[in-house]
Design a protein around this ligand. Structure first.
Ligand code: PDD
Length: 295
């Protein structure tokens, strides 16, 4: 077992030790970044919203015209077996499908005889330490250099990688992506903003990944009567927000308390996690303990 991946892993129909799992260097995932992925959080050995994750995976496969090597039941069986084989109760399950090892180098699709590569593994779910959460994290804004289908969860992540690395180089946890004056999301998270007691969320368009956590945060806001407005958020609004949060399967709900070197919010709450973010975090934990962990 490596430090973070449990044995066995899944590769093309087999469960085997990671050390024995080999993929051709001619795989189009390796040569072109031609593939899709999913990351599914698991609480108390129960995958959270597995159907929704598999639906998003299918939508991404459809979006890049790749056949799904497994059906829904097939993926569910893989996920179940990985969860059962891993030593942790809380896990993250990673799924990846690529267009396989081609018989020539050509950008166009390989012939139908080339089989896709399906790979999956379980890793421990690493959550944010309480002391980091209590302070919130710093973020920067950067120009969104990604392609025009950010709704697809594809493995070609170079623009996201460069944005996140720029944040890390500047001592920050996340980069918020600005396109045409509007904030779309983070390099690997969705972003929510609070202004005057209203929760603002960018709409699901082709320029944002439809996060499973994003959906849950919106559901929780609606369930608890939290005023909510799903609409585009300008860069200026982002900078004058009372609160900014990032959400993802691994970050859950995490306050961004410094943006481009300036404290987020004003008055007594400036530079600190705000009350609505704290409330949403509590709702999220409550939901996790009463629903996610119970299946
Ligand atoms: N990233 N937007 C982007 C660009 C992401 O990469 C992610 C998740 C999200 C949040 O999606 P979800 O709530 O379904 O996790 C939004 C995962 C965690 C990753 O790349 O590892």
């Amino acid at each position: 077992m490596t430090p973070y991946v449990a044995d066995p892993v899944y590769l093309n129909g087999q469960f085997l030790p990671l050390a024995d799992a080999g993929v051709s260097p001619l795989d189009r995932g390796f040569l072109y970044g031609d593939g899709v992925y999913e990351l599914i959080p698991v609480y108390s050995r129960r995958p959270f919203r597995l159907d929704e994750h598999l639906k998003r995976q299918q939508a991404t496969l459809d979006g890049i015209r790749m056949a799904n090597p497994l059906d829904l039941a097939g993926w569910k069986a893989v996920v179940e077996k990985l969860i059962a084989g891993a030593p942790w109760d809380d896990q993250s399950i990673y799924l990846q499908v690529t267009r396989g090892a081609d018989n020539k180098r050509d950008h166009a699709f390989p012939p139908a005889s080339v089989t896709p590569t399906a790979f999956a593994f379980a890793a421990p779910l690493t959550t944010t330490p309480a002391e980091v959460r209590a302070k919130g994290v710093a973020a920067i804004t950067v120009s969104d250099q990604r392609w025009a289908r950010c709704d697809l969860k594809v493995i070609s992540l170079l623009a996201n990688i460069l944005a996140r690395q720029q944040a890390v180089d500047e001592g920050c946890a996340e980069a918020l992506l600005i396109r045409d004056g509007y904030m779309k999301e983070g390099a690997a998270s969705n972003i929510f903003v609070v202004k005057d007691g209203v929760l603002l969320a960018p709409p699901k368009t082709q320029l944002m990944l439809p996060g499973i956590t994003y959906d849950l945060v919106i559901e929780l806001a609606e369930r608890h009567g939290q005023p909510l407005n799903v609409r585009e958020i300008s860069e200026a609004e982002l900078h004058s927000a009372d609160e900014v949060w990032m959400t993802s399967s691994t970050k859950e709900v995490l306050a961004i308390t410094t943006l481009d070197g300036k404290p987020v919010g004003s008055g007594a709450n400036a530079g600190k996690p705000g009350p609505l973010g704290e409330q949403m975090y509590q709702w999220y934990q409550e939901f996790k303990n009463t629903v996610m962990r119970k299946g």
